[in-house]
Design a protein around this ligand. Structure first.
Ligand SMILES: *Cc1c(COP(=O)(O)O)cnc(C)c1O
Length: 372
């Protein structure tokens, strides 16, 4: 419960989210376009994101865990198709999936055997996806042979409708792994021609090979992340984070700031202390140190660097080059949004935008904008 006066504020633009989905759906056509809404819709709030995406036209949704699927099911109309990327969870009852029409992405012989045994007991196939590992070594059948053998033994009742795999490096278009994975996936499609096929995440949609097939699975780009790093971001920003200044001060050249004195002022310096820190999900390394630069924030569009270690509840900005009256107690710094790109903030903080979004803390006030 954050009061209206909370120093950190998230503005989440649901109209931009809907626009981003429509833009990606246009690129995926004639294939269909799903919406990946795992991890509370990448931190923006599944309760608001799922209905907005449905209204935009999304009909197929992907979450990671069973608990997320149960929550998504309550938020979406009954016709919504919901897949669970993490598969049939250890210890979970397949009946819970079936009762709520949640389709696990089955990724091992053991999962397939459990799923099919359940279907046999129930007397009818239970819908699911099949997940083939084409290079990630994380989830999914380890090879087409392993998948084929498992399907021979247990496939009759499994109710599979979708074949999926996941890219390792689709944000790097010239990584040779992309072509290798596309070739492996093509072989699997040929072996299971009756299944719908899904391979592309956000960046995969933009690969020159256009590996869309029947269904694209974007997540990050929906939320305004750049699916084409190093090139202009084709998506609209969805999330804006601003944090209020608590204090400002002047320090002399040679003084340091923050824990372990990681940053030293080279000149007389004006600092602004912002009321958010790593407990709010800001990367601890977002501030510059004496040996490397850090992230930049913006006051009314004017950028300045973060300096020193981010602390639990506070972060320091060097505002020396901004007019003194532009930054006072209560002024708001934009950490990312329209003035500072999410990907830029994250990269300069030593992380990725995915992590910056999914770490957004519980102390921020959240404003959902429907506007234009
Ligand atoms: C998270 C995830 C996606 C979405 O990826 P983005 O890069 O966020 O678009 C798609 N497929 C799988 C298997 C995932 O785990």
């Amino acid at each position: 419960m954050s009061p209206d006066s909370a120093p950190g504020r998230l503005t989440i633009d649901l109209a931009a989210l809907a626009d981003n989905w429509r833009a990606l759906a246009g690129l995926a056509a004639p294939g269909r376009c799903a919406a990946v809404v795992k991890a509370d819709a990448y931190g923006i709030g599944l309760d608001r994101a799922a209905p907005a995406l449905w209204a935009a036209g999304a009909r197929t949704f992907f979450v990671a865990h069973l608990g997320e699927g149960l929550f998504a099911r309550r938020l979406l109309p009954p016709e919504a198709e919901i897949y669970l990327l993490n598969g049939l969870e250890a210890g979970a009852d397949p009946a819970d999936y079936r009762e709520h029409r949640l389709k696990p992405a089955i990724g091992s012989l053991e999962e397939l055997a459990r799923w099919s045994a359940f279907a046999a007991r129930a007397g009818s196939p239970a819908p699911c996806a099949l997940h083939l590992d084409t290079g990630m070594s994380r989830l999914g059948f380890s090879s087409l042979e392993a998948l084929g053998a498992a399907m021979e033994t247990h496939g009759a009742l499994c109710g599979a409708g979708l074949l999926m795999s996941h890219f390792v490096s689709s944000e790097i278009p010239d990584d040779p792994l992309n072509a290798l994975q596309i070739a492996r996936f093509a072989a699997a499609r040929a072996a299971f021609p009756h299944l719908s096929a899904s391979l592309a995440n956000s960046s995969g949609i933009f690969l020159p090979e256009r590996p869309i097939y029947d269904l694209a699975r974007p997540g990050y780009a929906l939320y305004g992340g750049n699916p084409t790093p190093g090139r202009p971001n084709p998506m609209r920003p969805v999330v804006t984070l601003t944090v209020a200044v608590q204090q400002t001060r002047w320090i002399e050249a040679g003084a340091t700031c923050g824990y372990n004195a990681q940053w030293t002022a080279r000149r007389r310096t004006r600092l602004a202390t912002l009321s958010a820190g790593y407990a709010d999900g800001l990367p601890r390394g977002a501030g510059a140190t004496d040996s490397r630069p850090g992230a930049e924030v913006a006051f009314a569009g004017r950028r300045c660097p973060l300096v020193g270690r981010v602390s639990m509840d506070l972060t320091i900005a060097d505002v020396t080059d901004l007019p003194e009256d532009a930054v006072t107690a209560g002024s708001r710094a934009e950490l990312f949004g329209a003035a500072v790109e999410l990907d830029d903030f994250a990269a300069r903080s030593g992380t990725i935008g995915y992590q910056a979004l999914t770490s957004l803390g519980g102390r921020y006030r959240r404003d959902y904008a429907q506007g234009k």
